[in-house]
Design a protein around this ligand. Structure first.
Ligand code: AP5
Ligand code: MG
Length: 210
């Protein structure tokens, strides 16, 4: 099954993708994670993407389309995949269609802007293993330290409150129109993304199995 997770920044795409992939034994492809990894290892693409990312802007279409084309050609995508954070613009969705990639379901996780701001400004991420925490909803046992590996917890640059507002604006302008794009193709399923994570997962899996 080839699945797209759609939703605002902080809607819980990454959270749900991890659970779905575990259940269905298929890989998650997160363009955000791929770009952050490239940045960490200092590749040319990573350095080019940094300024866009830090300011909450979208990285140019041709860069992310190139990333996805390469990644989807890998062997582990043969039995299905979950796309987290791609496509984010109409040209990206069109590129996916023109690659001949058949998408089965598009799950749109709906969360209000107000909730998003609270989630992202409280998020902390482990510098070493990328495990995610929230200062109020999911704090680590020891402040500033990862429960899993003991690494240091940091705030993503684009999770600073002013940048979160920019990311939300970009989402409404450029990514939200994808709902109509996939609705026309009969592939769109909406899931309410506020409340218990287990409940949201049940709704997401029900939409996938529908
Ligand atoms: P990317 O890394 O994709 O980030 P994002 O979508 O902007 O946002 P998040 O990863 O924060 O959202 P999420 O929905 O995965 O939420 P999560 O599960 O972590 O992109 C970053 C940047 O890369 C972009 O701004 C852009 O510059 C660039 N980029 C990436 N892809 C691109 C593309 N295709 N084109 C162009 N540029 C691209 O959850 C968030 C928080 O909420 C966590 O703390 C979590 O614990 C918490 N949470 C989750 N569910 C719940 C719940 N039910 N209740 C309470 N808290 C919850
Ligand atoms: Mg994410």
């Amino acid at each position: 099954m080839n699945i797209i997770l759609l939703g605002a920044p902080g809607a819980g795409k990454g959270t749900q993708a991890a659970i779905i992939c575990d259940r269905l034994h298929i890989p998650t492809i997160s363009t955000g994670n791929i770009i952050r990894a490239a940045l960490k290892s200092g590749t040319e693409m990573g350095l080019k993407a940094k300024s866009y990312m830090d300011e909450g802007k979208l990285v140019p279409d041709e860069v992310v389309i190139g990333i996805i084309k390469e990644r989807l050609a890998e062997d582990d995508c043969k039995n299905g995949f979950v796309l987290d954070g791609f496509p984010r613009t109409i040209p990206q969705a069109e590129a996916l269609d023109s690659m001949g990639i058949q998408i089965d379901k598009v799950i749109d996780i709906e969360v209000s802007d107000e909730e998003i701001v609270g989630r992202l400004s409280g998020r902390r991420v482990c510098e070493s293993c990328s495990d995610t925490y929230h200062v109020a909803h999911h704090p680590p046992q020891e402040e500033g330290k990862c429960d899993k590996c003991g690494g240091t917890l940091v705030q993503r640059k684009d999770d600073h409150p002013e940048t979160v507002n920019d990311r939300l604006r970009v989402y409404h302008e450029q990514t939200e129109p994808l709902k109509g794009y996939y609705e026309k193709q009969g592939k769109l399923f909406e899931v309410k993304g506020e409340g218990d994570i287990g409940d949201i997962t049940r709704l997401t899996l029900a939409a996938i199995e529908a």
